[in-house]
Write a protein that binds this ligand. Sequence first.
Ligand code: HEM
Length: 487
Amino acid sequence: MTRHGELYLRDQIPPRSIYFEQGRFGRLFPSLPPFASDTPSVRDRLSKLGASGGLMDAKDAGNPNNPNNPVNPKITAGFTFLGQFLDHDMTFDTTSSLERQNDPESIQNFRTPLLELDNVYGSGPAASPHLYDRTTRGKFLIEKLDPQDPSSKDDLPRNSQNLALIADPRNDENVIVSQLQLAFLKFHNKVLDLVLENGTDPSEAFLEAQRLVRWHYQWIILHEFLPTTVGETVVQDILFGKRRQFYSWRREPFIPVEFSVAAYRFGHSQVRPGYRVNKSGFGAGLFTPPENEVDPNDPNDLRGGVRAKRRFVDWDLFFDFGDPNQRPQEGKKIDSKLSTPLLNLPFGPGLPGVGQQTRSLAQRNLLRHLTFSLPSGQAVARAMKSVTGAEILSPSEDLSDLKDLGFEKETPLWFYLLKESEVLANGETLGPTGGRIVAEVFIGLLEGDYKSFLAQDPTWKPTLGKDGTFTIVDLLKLAGVAPQGTV
Ligand code: HEM
């Protein structure tokens, strides 16, 4: 199974020239120097920083309530997986591999990164027919967790080897993101029904349903995901105040490496070591350590790629459905620690592109800073300070833990932004620098997509929710995957 991160376009390292303006990836700060030279000593020190048992290890394996790994009272656990899903939407590319082979360096920008649910729709019913139900025009194929039992819960369609038949295989990496993908398939199917009930010509119904699904999804990103993650003030400032100050493009939007290699990997710090998945008793650690044997038909962890009756999600354990008797689990605080299972990933032994063998996600993220010549956190924070007003973290206090490794003055951007959240935002949202990068890129991608509601009709209000708004909980309810009694 392809995992989250494995479709990463490692070979596309944007040049630092300020005249470079093509390709899927680019830079926010092309003129800032790399935070360190790529030497064996720097690699060694980065590896130490990200190692299992090192400074970034929350040491919380097997103990989700470890005080080293505090929960975030402001962000429920579901947003972590919505964040992962969004990453897959941005970085998924439906360009055929043949086209890519013809242009291995991707100098030509075949497809702009957009938030348009390509990871759900693939190339549409004509070009990706295996995703769709042949008996009902324009609907996605849905299957049962137990094909012999029609009353069992729904699952993604799977082939005879349990590989999910979905546009982006990364959305079956764990059971939670897998069930979120299912919710989007069912949401589309429901919206298609509504569009047909409203009398839309069946030949136009698919495209109309797709537009509505995309616009409601984009509304959630702009009005719920971003305010929750970076704070409402930053979003308002980018939409109506100072606007985008750092992220712009000449031809088409691109993904800046400061975002994909550092700022948006903040989500790795939100992941908890394990979750309670449903109220029928299924809860487990995220991954079983690779050396332990597991039952391949129903492992006692949260990996995807498996079909078994208990592997479904009760969404009120992840998002707030307003029931005072059923509070959702919180996410982990956004801080400079990662849950231990992420430092010993069970997959992806190699780290192609930088030639390291590591199972630690923190090491992978940090070593990528060298591959992509990222500037230091301090340099980026200073370059953005006139807009963000962010205090620069102090080497002798905030970053003193890094002194032994020699990174306290020139800190890898990902680590710096995590620390900024910890010190300046109490780990409850991203800090001012990280938040501004994330919000500018998301809003820029929406503004740069001529089909998005922001570009087509900025005054548009959702039509499927209540009072002109729409939340992820509304989406789950309409999709028919909300817990009983909440609809
Ligand atoms: C649920 C647990 C998660 C796991 C196990 C995971 C694992 C990974 C792995 C192995 C990579 C490739 C690292 C490399 O070699 O450079 C990666 C990349 C990445 N991850 Fe995650 N991740 C998780 C959740 C998240 C979340 C919640 C977010 C953001 C909110 C996120 C954002 C990213 C980004 C931006 C990249 C780089 C782009 C890409 O390859 O898609 N991840 N992740």
